[in-house]
Design a protein around this ligand. Structure first.
Ligand SMILES: Cc1ncc(C[n+]2csc(CCOP(=O)(O)OP(=O)(O)O)c2C)c(N)n1
Ligand code: SF4
Ligand SMILES: [Mg+2]
Length: 307
């Protein structure tokens, strides 16, 4: 039986504020799972802490709501333990680009086949709307007494530089585009990030509503070709990265593009690198013989760990 919305959240339960963009993202995630014909027993959604990070509770797949800023290492561990799983992270901009920034950058060096869907609302919403790392300088939101004194990070330019092999942006109220990019990210063999500009009507109502996104974002031109055709051609890879960086760095906070900026089906994932060293995923290891007797030798495990 094909997967349906009914299978993924029969009661449509969530506890976000009315109009919250997280609901559009939730619908897009569910659509993307249906669109990729996901096996709900082999799908895991990982999150950190924040309003956005509640998402795993609202989808009927395996889920883990971890620590603030730590979704990426949990997700990497899950994927390496059992590469058969589809591992998706749903976390906030604060969680991913603030407290989790070190993990965000380091993940690029590994290219583990996991997917980051970042709910980018410009604020730490769960803790009452302080400025997040993507809130532009001089922008005033409800949770800060004066306009933002810090400049904003450019997370997708950071992702390109760090080594992410699929880099895209969309917005929470464009469920069609978000679903499409999520499906492509899930099908991509490698580390993918989709930054999702997200409406927070409670703490950032002025700059994250449907009308504002409609006026200040536009799809990348149809002529923009994000995909590396020959994965082994370093100069093509670099040319496509430069194209993405030029586009991202040429944007302003009031004029942003949505769509796929860069994709490189780099065959060298972190799973491949471990396999090349003869390291097998623990989930594939034999743990018992035909009679059900344990074959695990703890002495050997402890010996391997000794320094
Ligand atoms: C180690 C740690 N520091 C701080 C907090 C408090 N805290 C909880 S959620 C959050 C910010 C969440 O912001 P974001 O990731 O953007 O998610 P949003 O609520 O906007 O969806 C903070 C600072 C915490 N839970 N743990
Ligand atoms: S505070 Fe903002 S992000 Fe959190 S549930 Fe409400 S609208 Fe959504
Ligand atoms: Mg946020």
């Amino acid at each position: 039986m094909p997967l349906s919305l009914q299978d993924l959240n029969p009661n449509e339960i969530n506890d976000w504020c009315p109009g919250c963009g997280d609901m559009g993202i939730l619908l897009s995630v569910k659509n993307a799972l249906i669109g990729t014909n996901a096996d709900i027993h082999k799908t895991v959604i990982v999150s950190g802490i924040g309003c956005s990070s509640k998402l795993p509770h609202f989808v009927n797949v395996n889920g883990i709501h971890t620590l603030h800023g730590r979704a990426i290492p949990f997700a990497e561990g899950i994927k390496l333990a059992n590469p058969e799983l589809t591992v998706i992270i749903d976390s906030g901009d604060g969680d991913t680009y603030g407290i989790g920034a070190g993990h965000f950058v380091s993940a690029g060096r590994r290219n583990t086949n996991i997917k980051l869907f970042v709910h980018d609302n410009g604020v730490y919403a769960l803790t009452k709307g302080q400025a997040s790392p993507t809130l532009p300088e001089k922008r005033k939101v409800k949770g800060i007494p004066e306009p933002n004194i810090n400049g904003a990070l450019n997370p997708l330019a950071m992702a390109i530089m760090a080594g992410y092999t699929f880099v895209a942006r969309t917005q929470s109220y464009n469920v069609k585009e978000a679903t499409d990019l999520m499906i492509r990210a899930i099908r991509h063999n490698g580390l993918a990030v989709v930054d999702i500009l997200q409406g927070c009507p409670t703490y950032n109502p002025e700059f994250t509503n449907m009308e504002w996104f409609g006026q200040h974002t536009k799809p990348l031109p149809a002529t923009y070709d994000a995909i590396v055709k020959d994965p082994s051609n370093v100069s093509e890879v670099n040319q496509k990265k430069l194209q993405a960086l030029n586009t991202l760095l040429g944007e302003t906070a009031d004029n942003m593009s949505t769509g796929l900026f860069f994709q490189w089906e780099n065959p060298d994932t972190f799973e491949d690198r471990l396999r090349a060293r003869g390291i097998q995923p623990p989930a594939n290891a034999d743990i018992a013989d035909q009679n059900g007797h344990s074959t695990v030798n703890m002495d050997k495990v402890l010996e391997d760990l000794a320094v």
